[in-house]
Design a protein around this ligand. Sequence first.
Ligand code: SF4
Ligand code: SF4
Ligand code: SF4
Ligand code: FES
Length: 948
Amino acid sequence: MTLIKEVDYGTPAAKSEKSVTLTIDGVSVSVPEGTSIMRAAMEMGTEIPKLCATDSLQSFGSCRLCLVEIEGRNGTPASCTTPVAPGIVVKTQTPRLKALRKGVMELYISDHPLDCLTCAANGDCELQTQAGAVGLREVRYGYEGANHFDEVKDQSNPYFTYDPAKCIVCNRCVRACEEVQGTFALTIDGRGFESRVAAGQDEPFLESECVSCGACVQACPTATLTEKSVISIGLPEHSAVTTCAYCGVGCTFKAEMRGEELVRMVPYKDGKANHGHSCVKGRFAWGYATHRDRILKPMIRASVSEPWREVSWEEAIGYAASEFKRIQAAYGKRSIGGITSSRCTNEETYLVQKLIRGGFGNNNVDTCARVCHSPTGYGLKTAFGTSAGTQDFDSIDNMDVMLLIGVNPTDGHPVVASHMKKRLRGGAKLIVIDPRRIDLVRTPHVEADYHLALKPGSNVAVVTALAHVIVTEGLVNEAFVRERCDWSEFQDWAAFVSEPRNSPEEVEKISGVPAELIRGAARLYATGGNAAIFYGLGVTEHSQGSTTVLAIANLAMATGNLGRPGVGVNPLRGQNNVQGACDMGSFPHEFAGYRHVSDDATRDVYESLWGVELDNDPGLRIPNMLDAAVEGEFRGIYIQGEDILQSDPDTHHVAAGLAAMECVVVQDLFLNETANYAHVFLPGSTFLEKDGTFTNAERRIQRVRKVMSPKNGYGDWEITLLLAKAMGFNMDYAHPSEIMDEVARTTPSFAGVSYARLDELGSIQWPCNAAAPEGTPVMHIGHFAAGKGKFVITEYVATDERTGPRFPLLLTTGRILSQYNVGAQTRRTDNVAWHPEDRLEIHPHDAELRGINDGEWVKLHSRAGETTLRALITDRVAPSVVYTTFHHPVTQANVVTTEFSDWATNCPEFKVTAVQVSRSNGPSEWQESYNRQAEQSRRILTNVEAAE
Ligand code: SF4
Ligand code: SF4
Ligand code: SF4
Ligand code: FES
């Protein structure tokens, strides 16, 4: 393997379709109009010396190294800021240019510490390279006099250092923070010789508004901004392109290695989802992969009160299989089941559902999408015929209006947020519907046109009120609806939304959103040009989650905002492979490709291929498995890469269900909370240790490439194969590519997908088949997958979870940028520097009423349970609403959430819980005891390690 080096063309590609021909160094070259001379030269293989230019940023023209001569023009213009023109004749190398460049370089070098041999960037420094390129052999000014050599390094950021002594003030970092990330955390302070890069108000990076995305580090041509991992390990020597294992954006990275040691993750410029950008998690938070808490040996125990016993793989797998067989013999074949993981690859997920359907002989398989985006699957399939988002992320460039509902991209989907911010700075309009003032409502150079701060639980009412305005004010795109949708269903729907009870004025009473804001937002969405809707768990995790998804689909159809770039309905998926897990048949009623288990033709395909008879009855969903366990009918479960005790609602009920089972098999990287109830623990592997694919929120299938051997001995897919074999259901694959080949052979929407095609195209958005051999970036062009688009009436039904004198506040939950879901990975990285604990956000008014000061411990209680955490007083939340994250197990936010769930899919109502908040003296007894136990097991594990 070699180190992948991407070409830097110096300036971004021009988008014009018009071509311009010019001559550079005697060679004729044609490039799109608007291309810089620097890029045109690079396109033909001539690299003009440069320092302040890089192709991820607009040109700036500050370093004066890239000068060229143009026949008939005076002076020596900078090639990075000078666009091509028809017929011009350019010279990139003349005696005059050489002298000028040397002079510039001499000035830079005279104030640069020449410690190249011990510098972390030695061999990867553009200053060093350009000094060589311009032929610098001496510095006439010497190295004496005023300089910056003694400037103090800022090491505050856990992942990178800032060494001002090495800064050449090229401004690339400042521009990267503005243009690529959109945070505007950096400035150039001072003038002339005193100029220096400053974070925030000239503070340490860690204390500034920097979100540690790494764009500035990536852009820096010198060692000024350098990854600490490069400083400690050295420069990488080989790399492979792989996909981030955190969120549903699906950023691709070059995993840069020395031997089997990961040196750094560098965002890949050719990544179709991220175009060379990243967030702090994918870029830096990979230390969990080698964390000492990782379990590397299988363990078993006869009962959960006994200590774990390390055993061989053979014994662990044999024990799990014999227990599952014993349970089935005693209680019937439907008495066991399994849960697939949205963190694992498509291939691994496919294998788990295959094991359950083919090996267990039932359909008791479910996935974490049950607790997040199952309403998306239901709602979008009902309305459009496909259970997935309609657009690619590049569609953002064509959007005129973005409507965000129940989604917080800057924290949950940061790279998409940066893309959105860029488009918003370019003039697109923004509507935010969220109980909380998310960052996008007001952030540097971006301000939402409307923020509808609705009461949690009133989504359906508000979206239906938007539709009321669109219908009653004549803003429907009738031509689109007549051509593309069921007209009679539309008429019924239009009559329903037009009813006075759905007017903004009536809905204001339910939602607390002023009617004029609803009216304004509806008009903007319907008339502002290309309008797109983005939504997240703030839509789905409600008792009416599916209804809101349907209401969103209605809105998009009524305004004709579907079937072309720049519009559409975009569910932002939480986990890296939640889309893929759903696609691969993880639901109890569907095979891969969303085909119902009762469909004889589909079952025939799998029965003949797998050589077994398949159950035609849908199996149990996760909550039903737990209910059945409590009732004694469900006795064994195989859980791959999920921590249901922490991520699912009503923790007490989950614990009771798990405790009632006779064999719980947990496969994970760490001894998670669910493992407290496990009898068999199978150590899992990280995304760095296996081959496979993930599918992101835009249906984009991307490769995951193995860059190191599994520390536990096996990739997760191999562990499932071992278990299947021990169960007597042989699944024979030599490589994950063969699993994908089987998916392609048996699933129409994946028919054209293979590893070879993925290598060739980089990524593929399904459907990919004979009709769309390169995949489908935008869906529903010309017609819906279902034929006619389906309008569904969306009656608002208030949740049964009501506030009252005992529980007067509404709790809603969400994520924070630096942490990820239940925190199993990010808590084991330096990301804890930003979010060491979950906090309860409470409005100053509610805090004052209760005598709560900022940072004090408070008790949060609901009718389901109680927990304690520290208060964060902020007006980001409206009065009567409180908010927390769920990243730390000691908080156990789900102890207080209720058993209510979406009527169609059982997705839990995480976003609405009636609570009371009161002062507290500190963590509750069980939290103290949890901390003690966690510390104890850490000590035991460390001792085991030390003993080895
Ligand atoms: S790491 Fe990202 S947010 Fe922080 S200063 Fe650099 S570009 Fe800006
Ligand atoms: S820190 Fe790096 S990118 Fe920023 S101005 Fe200095 S040398 Fe340029
Ligand atoms: S935005 Fe998501 S996919 Fe991209 S680096 Fe961050 S966590 Fe990974
Ligand atoms: S690279 Fe053109 S002026 Fe710096």
